[in-house]
Write a protein that binds this ligand. Sequence first.
Ligand code: HEM
Length: 504
Amino acid sequence: MEENKLTTSVSIPVTSDQAAISTGKKVGFDLLADAYLQEKLAHFNRERIPERVVHAKGGGAHGYFEVTNDLSKYTMAKFLNQVGKRTDIFIRFSTVGGEKGSADTARDPRGFAMKFYTEDGNYDLVGNNTPIFFIRDGIKFPDFIHTQKRNPQTNLKDPNMFWDFLSLTPESLHQVMRLFSNLGTPMGFRHMDGFGSHTFMWYNEKGEYVWVKYHVLTNQGIKNFTAAEAEKIAGENPDYSVQDLFNAIERGEYPSWTVCVQIMTPEEAAHYRVDPFDVTKTWYEEDHPLIPLGKIVLNKNPINFFAEVEQVAFAPAHFVPGIWTSPDKLLQTRLMAYEDAHRYRLGANNTQIPINKPKACLYTTQRDGNMQVNGNMGNVPNYFPSSFVNVVVSPEVAPPPIPVIGEIKRHVIESIDADFVQPGEFYRAMTSDDKAHFIYNVTDNLKHADPALQYRQTALFYKADHQMGQLIAECLGLDFETIKKLADMTQEKRVAATMPKGKV
Ligand code: HEM
């Protein structure tokens, strides 16, 4: 084995790493002259960076995306323009609500964040293992997340906060149903599907566009834990999913996913039976079948967890030519949120960190700032336009113009009857075993909330499916006639009739 000399951070040989410079053998005073001791302790004190405010716990791996079906008539995205073309990718999987050391098997959606290092720059598809989300207006996000985290007084997870918010937010029901099915406790990261969740735009060189939804389907088969298994593993091995992914790749069992898209034309979108831009709804596969696009293979573990998995930074606003946003309002808020989080968590020059660095050619007029480490563009002009260099912009790859007629105001999107349709369908499509697990999972959690909240939330389940509502009411020992009356009320009246007596 080659010998390496232990050094300080500026490569000065270290004379001892076992003994500080001091005035005596058994007792003594450490000397300020021990610069190495100071450097070592000071760096140690600065090891922590802010954990992600959501999705703090996770694991990731490198791999590739390969095109298997040519859909380039819909998009000019270069990385999609040829069957067989491969693009390097890094994926980070995560839970959402827990802290960095929390258990991997917690009931929670799973993050499924993908970074494609394309020839046109980095494309980030920051998805989850769910095709839908709890809310559809981003202004609700910080409140929603607070209710999934810890009570400000007790610092404990609080079923009252959790169910109060969800029952005051009926559009969450579809995602709540998935969360409390066994899909809420997937058997590690390899056995779950991923979704872009939102609707995105694909556009081609002719300025034509379509709306797409991404489905990333596991080739390992969907496998979930029951609540009892998930709880047991949380105690035995809280890092189950991170370890499972790492070990599988080390063994050469490279997990893979088949990437498909649903495609909808603007004309179809204008008349579709659900709002195609509402992230609490799916598009029916019988209307818009899954079209294969490519495959993802993860075949390389990170060499250093902090450098790669902790420092990777995904942003929904990172689109490449051929792919753009839709008017999905939740997506719009996300477009602003992530890069701000990266600047806080990693600094202004976070895109220079090797895991975030594009593989495509870089030419920017952005300069300086903390931790500028890529040469700062050398002596190239720091302004544009400039007569001293030949640099151009690329209007030919801009997305097509979208006409807008609207009213600028805070548009409240009330709960609508449609919010209960897909949750009911989701329940009825379950096997009887899955139904039994779902009813157990949900009542075992909801029973810890204030009785008034149990009534309010069960009325919402009843609105989605009468049998489901009745079963939940029975399991919780709630008066079924009251549930039926509450279900018939407007959300406003239902809330007024179910105010909890206790406090959060
Ligand atoms: C992480 C905000 C909705 C998926 C994050 C982070 C923020 C955030 C601030 C931490 C970023 C970082 O520190 O690097 C929001 C806001 C949302 C929203 C404001 C709604 C308006 C969603 C939705 C999805 C999603 C709908 C999935 C469809 C993720 C994932 C991560 C994440 C996967 C972890 C990325 C990683 O592994 O580094 N989100 N989020 N988020 N979010 Fe969201």
